[in-house]
Design a protein around this ligand. Structure first.
Ligand SMILES: Cc1cc2nc3c(=O)[nH]c(=O)nc-3n(C[C@H](O)[C@H](O)[C@H](O)COP(=O)(O)OP(=O)(O)OC[C@H]3O[C@@H](n4cnc5c(N)ncnc54)[C@H](O)[C@@H]3O)c2cc1C
Length: 396
């Protein structure tokens, strides 16, 4: 059935063309140079990709969760580094501001982030605080009307190129865990803020990730997100909750792309006198992959709709992130298998995606952290909860 002719579907079709005709052909160049070509970054801005999740009154597209999920499933059909270029601005790097920022902070930053003029990053992780981000040690000491930040952040996406840093620091040295953590907006150029070079990584070449160092970095109290100290961890969790659905959508695109590549290869590669796609064991690799990709897509869209209705999706968001990222890893592994030796050689799409998608199971909560969260959230639900009880028939 053809998609309805709506403004959203027209926009999605335009993004699809951009991905297919401009991004995918540029993949080898990005892999080689470790950079998204500036003309493509400009095109991303023209297409509104930097601002999809930013409210319309601040220059963004104001997309809902389901719409954003659908965009993510399209943009991630190209190498994930393309999406990472604008993904912070339409994800974790703006969400703290959108949910908890003051009107002045939103007006100052969001319009420039929506166009891509200003790139943001979300600086939570530290060398000693990864899965347990509440262990963060970066400090923010109050001095008059200012705060003085000291500490280091690691593995921060877009840190080497960002103009705005959402930095999580402890304002109450006596508080433990999530208490006493505050989110600050720190602009590049602020004395005391420095970034390291981009790491050399396993995959996602073209997506710069690096460290952020804060040494006696002085910012005014007005740099606190929302103006309220001590609630930064809650802000971070609100941001990450939404991002889990985004990320799960981003795992669907590479799987669909690889399934397409597997189909083509299985039709063209001949062994024992027939296309390998004639072998049932090869068919199984594709059948399992498409089944799992559809299951992930359905779960992501169902969860996104539930969130758009204003319902709590804390558990489902973790389920999406866990299932979709693990699914994507399995599909990439099968793609390498189907391509045989060629799938292990640099320049092959299965080889590249296998490395690129490995990250999805690690960041924004490892699979283990999401398993724990799902179990915790499920434990809070009453046994007769309509979504999760085990009754096959409704009770009379
Ligand atoms: C390329 C890249 C980009 C990133 N971008 C960002 C970013 O933009 N901003 C940001 O703040 N962070 C970012 N991160 C950091 C990322 O979110 C962390 O790497 C991730 O949360 C895991 O933390 P860790 O690396 O310290 O691993 P650890 O927490 O040390 O975990 C190591 C292993 O122990 C397991 N483990 C840990 N705790 C538990 C537990 N309680 N129960 C069971 N198992 C456990 C983990 O699942 C994992 O297998 C990025 C990381 C990478 C690699």
């Amino acid at each position: 059935m053809a998609e309805a002719d709506t403004p959203f579907n027209r926009m999605l079709a335009e993004i699809y063309r951009f991905i297919q005709l401009e991004c995918i052909p540029a993949e080898p160049e990005v892999e080689e140079n470790d950079e998204i070509p500036p003309p493509l970054v400009r095109r991303m801005g023209e297409l509104g990709l930097f601002g999809h999740s930013i409210p319309r009154e601040h220059g963004g597209g104001g997309l809902g969760t389901e719409e954003l999920a659908r965009v993510n499933m399209v943009v991630s059909q190209a190498a994930p580094a393309f999406r990472a270029r604008f993904g912070g601005n339409t994800g974790i790097a703006t969400e703290s501001l959108i949910v908890d920022g003051t009107p002045e902070q939103k007006a100052r930053y969001l319009p420039r982030m929506a166009t891509g003029e200003l790139t943001g990053c979300f600086a939570l992780t530290e060398p000693e605080a990864g899965s347990d981000a509440t262990a963060l040690r970066t400090s923010a000491r109050r001095e008059g009307d200012d705060y003085v930040l000291n500490g280091s952040k690691c593995f921060i996406t877009n840190a080497p190129i960002a103009g705005l840093f959402t930095v999580f620091a402890r304002t109450d040295p006596d508080a433990r865990g999530a208490d006493g953590v505050t989110a600050f907006l720190v602009e590049r150029g602020t004395p005391g803020l420095a970034t390291g070079p981009a790491y050399r990584k396993m995959g996602q070449h073209g997506s710069p990730v690096g460290e952020v160092h804060l040494q006696d970095c002085r910012v005014p109290a007005s740099a606190i997100v929302g103006g309220v100290p001590g609630v930064g961890f809650r802000t971070a969790m609100k941001t990450l909750n939404k991002q889990r659905i985004n990320l799960a959508g981003l795992c669907v695109g590479p799987a669909l792309r690889l399934i397409d590549e597997m189909r083509r290869r299985s039709a063209s590669r001949v062994q024992s006198g027939q296309p390998i796609g004639q072998f049932q064991l090869v068919q199984q690799l594709i059948a399992d992959s498409i089944t799992e990709a559809h299951a992930a897509r359905a779960l992501v869209l169902q969860t996104a709709r539930k969130r758009d209705r204003g319902e709590d999706v804390t558990m489902e968001a973790s389920m999406c992130k866990l299932f979709a990222s693990e699914m994507c890893g399995r599909v990439a592994d099968r793609a390498v298998q189907l391509f045989g030796g060629s799938g292990y050689i640099a320049g092959n799409i299965a080889e590249q995606m296998y490395r690129d998608v490995r990250l999805f199971r690690l960041y924004e909560g490892t699979s283990q952290i999401h398993q724990l969260n799902i179990a915790k959230q499920l434990g809070r639900l009453p046994f007769d909860h309509p979504d999760f009880n085990m009754q096959l028939e409704p009770q009379a």
